[in-house]
Design a protein around this ligand. Sequence first.
Ligand SMILES: [Zn+2]
Length: 300
Amino acid sequence: MEFGNYLFQAKKVAGFDFDVYRLKPETGRRGTPQDDMWNNIAVFGDNVSGRAHPEWVSESKRGRAVRGNNQFNLHWDVLCPTVPEFREEQLNYIENAVDQTGQPIFLNSWHFADHGHCTCERCTKLWKESGLDWFEWRNQTITQFIKDVKERVKTKLVLAVLPDPANADQRFGMDFPELYKICDAFNIVMFSQNYATSWYWEMIARAFRRIFPEKPVYSNIYVCGPGDDPAHCPPVDQLIRVSVRVMRTGIDGIIYLADVADNMIKFQKTVTQMGEYRDSLSDYGGQPALDLFNRWDKLF
Ligand SMILES: [Zn+2]
């Protein structure tokens, strides 16, 4: 079992087994690779590159993959994954982050934007030339990118998967059986501003445990994000409960996201003040999460 601290700030936090830095989040802004944290890179979700090269943005019959296109759930602009120069630049960027730090690489947004993407001229041509079925072409395009990453990354390669265990192949070009062969660990992006109904989160964690049976599977849990109104962040009792519920599915850990270290520490402190609530979950079968919280009791 391993539990991670995942921040938009290059700061480690006590009480976790590892720390992750959002080196290049989907805003596209690039930080400094950290040599004592995992480095997390959003590849094709990249607002800065989308602004600089609007012709690189992924296209579909339902419009481009940009914020404001409400046909899709886009919180950032997503580039077409077959732009040769961007693809190469990102492979170099990923490789450099590993060479400079020797740390694991954790990728987000390494896939197609969503269903129906990408219908740009280049993708349409590549698909037709391949002679493959549309979905198969998309899967192979993405799998090849991850293979290319793996060739350059000698450290642990961790892949973030969106919380859709059933349709991710047709939506995003995620071929789980192939990716399972290539990558070292998986992280389910289970972000939400509340976790009122743990049932769904538990179900998703259980599904990914089954899809990736032997390699480590982590679940993301959302404490708070940049610019969040604290009133709209998940209540701490929900965070405690969902942690226990996902850990009883047999996954290997949780990676908690906050904007900055101070807010992660605030979350940990609040957890230590909720001993009675934690005790009420003692027979839920999610002991590894309760053990983590017990470790935090010693910090404050
Ligand atoms: Zn394209």
